[in-house]
Design a protein. Structure first.
Length: 462
């Protein structure tokens, strides 16, 4: 069996390409212009229009809604957020606890909106199980579990080898940590359902309309300019393509494979009856889900970064990356060695220099942005969108500060990435260090995290 490579993603191969929406017909105006038709942009449009129905909102999308990470991700709706530990250092433990609590609640919020808007995204709330496969990983797992508990996640559970196997029989797993604050879903079904809900509210979406420049009160495209008091940048991994933004967020590559459907006998050998999202404690970590049609979708880092912050077009990934992801699948589940890989693809996610997700509204210019999710965007985009809604309502005098506008990630400043070739060398060196550390930890018997990985984390700001 041959593996389909690219074609945006397996999720789009299942659903088919969406019917195209019209591009921007020429110069126009709006109350709010949102650049980017992924989760962040669409959720922001949704919550703004629900809160203030008379707002004239226009969404501009370069390709089609969900073309980027929103249509290519692993379908993990979970409570992780990039930068929480740094926010605890900058703003205090309690501020970071509030941020974590907001993320916990966001999982429920997304599922509730799906029910309200009748969006069937194959959502299943089975939580997230993160496993350890070596002594060093087990030490990190226990430290991770303790940290999550310290940030208020008292419903998280720590398992030994036997309890882990009762959930999912990952070969060699010596322990795991499970949180109920997670669900698996079909990324494209969510983004297409959300786009339809937004349009039903009266939001205008223009596709095939790349924005080449954002400046105060202007979003410039080849077809014309949208003028609006508020212009919001919601472009995540594609931010580097905008004028002046080349070094703002690094477009990190992540790749995925999906198997053919497994038989009942194969699932009996694997377990995984609870539909948990599955991850591990490796430095170059993996993520996986059991899909609604009984496949395993599994992702991780391949070639992590393209020189000059370039991004791909159709989602093709390197043959060696496909093989590396297949090796992870077989390492976790040796009994699936003969299972076919139906599809492989890749996409980019946004990584700030300090690895912290942020939400900002510059009240002097009306420019706003949200992103830098570092791979945790399925849920974080929803929290960011609600925060942007509240920031705009506060700025326009409709409301005062809210619980969301006072979270520590609001208005966080991040320095730019280094110029080339330094950032290419830095990212590739970092991931080579992580892969080497994972190899040494998997073959050694020490319970100490590999020193090279510790150094790579420190130098990268991760």
């Amino acid at each position: 069996m041959s593996t389909v490579n690219g074609g945006i993603s397996f999720w789009y191969a299942q659903e088919g390409a969406p019917a195209p929406r019209e591009p921007l017909p020429g110069d126009t105006t709006a109350d709010v212009c949102i650049v980017g038709g992924g989760y962040t942009g669409l959720w922001t449009a949704y919550y703004l229009k629900k809160a203030v129905p008379f707002l004239d909102i226009t969404v501009l999308e370069a390709k089609f809604c969900g073309y980027g990470a929103s249509g290519r991700n692993g379908g993990w709706l979970y409570n992780g957020i990039a930068g929480r530990d740094r926010y605890a250092k900058l703003h205090g433990h309690e501020a970071a606890v509030r941020l974590q609590q907001a993320m916990n609640a966001t999982v429920t919020e997304v599922l509730d909106v799906c029910e309200t808007e009748k969006i069937d995204a194959d959502q299943h709330r089975g939580g997230v199980l993160e496993v350890a496969l070596s002594p060093a990983q087990l030490i990190r797992l226990k430290a991770f579990h303790a940290a999550e508990t310290a940030f208020g996640e008292t419903d998280r559970e720590l398992y030994g080898a036997r309890e882990t196997a009762e959930r999912i029989r990952v070969t060699g797993a010596v322990g795991s940590s499970w949180t109920p604050h997670g669900a698996r879903l079909h990324p494209v079904k969510l983004v297409t359902g959300l786009a339809a809900a937004v349009e039903a509210l009266g939001v205008t979406i223009h596709e095939s309309t790349p924005v080449t420049e954002i400046r105060p009160k202007h979003a410039v495209t080849p077809y014309g300019t949208v003028r609006a008091p508020y212009v919001l940048r919601c472009t995540e991994g594609f931010t580097a393509s905008l004028a002046g933004q080349r070094r703002t967020w690094l477009p990190m590559n992540s790749s995925m494979i999906v198997t053919e459907p497994l038989t009942d006998a194969q699932w009996d050998s694997v377990g995984w009856a609870g539909g948990e999202a599955l991850g591990d404690m490796a430095h170059a970590y993996m993520y996986a889900q059991r899909t609604a049609d009984d496949r395993i979708a599994l992702g991780g880092r391949g070639v992590p970064y393209r020189y000059g912050s370039k991004t791909d077009n159709d989602g093709r990934t390197q043959p060696q990356t496909i093989e590396a992801l297949r090796e992870i699948l077989v390492r976790f589940f040796p009994q699936l060695a003969g299972v076919g890989v139906d599809h492989a693809w890749s996409g980019v996610l946004g990584v700030p220099r300090d690895w912290c997700a942020t939400v900002t509204l510059d009240r002097s210019t009306g420019l706003g942005w949200a992103g830098g999710y570092v791979g945790s965007g399925v849920a974080t985009a929803n929290l960011a969108a609600r925060t942007l809604r509240d920031l705009i309502r506060q700025d326009s005098g409709q409301t005062g500060p809210t619980d969301l506008t006072t979270l520590p990630w609001v208005d966080h400043k991040v320095r730019k990435w280094e110029p080339e070739p330094l950032r290419w060398l830095g990212v590739h060196t970092m991931y080579a260090a992580f892969r080497g550390a994972d190899r040494r930890e998997s073959t050694g018997h020490t319970a100490t995290t590999d020193r090279v990985a510790v150094l790579a984390n420190r130098l990268s700001g991760r």
